[in-house]
Design a protein around this ligand. Structure first.
Ligand code: PLP
Length: 354
């Protein structure tokens, strides 16, 4: 097992960066010059290395394609005015990645591969981190099974890759949200807490139907009663009711334990807003809307940071919000951004220097 962080590097002959403007680029469309890759076989990780970003050659019988052992993460790196670059809370993603791996019967990725691989890749491609407000370099670690055989069982071989994708603001506009009661994202005992590929394939139908009705995303409800609120697309959700921030709790394992969610809850408490992690159902939200105590609703996630919700529709109930008048979501977004971009002291140790 190689423990050193100086992984072998094969560099591109010429960077593609000179042909690209890093301003207002769409999410997930462009990738940096290099990627990190390691493979798992014979019970251990092998050949960790950095190579030019390139297509993979795969067998049609590749296990991941058929049986869905595939997990990923989403992390962001930011450039500060000083020119230094930092990753936001990557250890949280490292831990969550291995929780996902465990649930999907995949091998644990050791810290020296995940963290040192990411750091070395970022150091090499750091010119790809856009130096612009609300822009960042999105980091996408992914692992999938690679046995070349049919048959439903945990694969014996895996590939781990880290990709880098420069990105502008995502979901920057306030969203119209449809409260979903027909489709289910996750049930107790399932895989909702893990960032595994199948969760997203399974969620697309609901989002597509909501889009057709003019909504940006769905707010998922629980699988049994379809009234306990879960999360919004690829974001956790926070309701501000009566000056308290309420967000669905994690104990049933049906929602993602978001790093942004956790960061926002910490910042809200520091701003003097009490936080409640508990079960919350749609009836409570509607009642609060009707009696005027529902102040704000927003989503939190690495890709989107904080996305305000301007409309929430449930059956015939339409809750409409004047997001321009909101105080809390914009304030917590500002605080989080100031920490990420180095304009405010990082008192929580959230920034990891590349
Ligand atoms: C990734 C993700 C989130 C947000 O998690 P962050 O760590 O804040 O990026 C929320 N919900 C789902 C379903 C996700 O996949």
């Amino acid at each position: 097992m190689i423990k050193a962080s100086g992984f072998p590097v094969t560099k591109v002959a010429q960077s593609r960066l000179s042909n690209l403007s890093l301003e207002n680029i769409p999410f997930g469309k462009y990738f940096s010059d290099h990627m990190f890759m390691a493979t798992y076989k014979n019970g251990d990780w092998q050949d960790p290395q950095i190579i030019p970003y390139q297509p993979l050659q795969i067998a049609p019988s590749l296990a991941a394609l058929h049986y869905g052992q595939s997990i990923f993460e989403g992390i962001k790196a930011y450039k500060h005015a000083s020119g230094e670059a930092f990753i936001f809370r990557p250890y949280e993603n490292f831990k969550r990645f291995n929780l996902s791996a465990e649930r999907m019967c995949m091998p644990e990725v050791p810290e020296y591969i995940f963290m040192d691989g990411m750091r070395q890749l970022l150091a090499l491609d750091q010119d790809w981190i856009p130096a612009k407000a609300d822009h960042a370099l999105y980091i996408r670690p992914v692992m999938f099974s690679t046995d070349v055989a049919l048959g439903v069982k945990p694969s014996e071989t895996y590939t781990f890759i880290i990709l880098l994708s420069p990105t502008g603001p995502y979901y920057a506009k306030p969203m119209k949200i449809f409260v979903e009661e027909t489709y289910t994202r996750a049930a107790k005992g399932g895989v909702g807490f893990s960032k595994n590929a199948g969760n997203y394939g399974g969620s697309m139908m609901a989002a597509k139907k909501a889009n057709e009705l003019g909504y940006d995303q769905v707010l998922w409800t629980d699988a049994v009663e379809h009234k306990w609120l879960q999360e919004v697309g690829m974001m956790n959700v926070v309701f501000v009711i009566n000056n308290k921030a309420i967000t669905p709790s994690l104990e049933e394992g049906t929602i993602l334990n978001g790093v942004t969610r956790n960061s926002v809850l910490v910042l809200l408490e520091e701003m003097g807003i009490p936080v409640e992690e508990r079960k919350i159902n749609i009836d409570e939200v509607i009642a609060a809307y009707k009696n005027g105590t529902l102040q704000e609703v927003f989503g939190t996630g690495t890709a989107a940071t904080i996305a305000m919700i301007k409309e929430l529709s449930y059956k015939s109930e339409q809750m409409i919000f004047d997001t321009d008048s909101w105080k809390i979501a914009p304030a917590v977004r500002e605080k989080l951004n100031q920490i990420r971009y180095g304009q405010m002291a990082d008192t929580h140790g959230w920034l990891y220097k590349i």
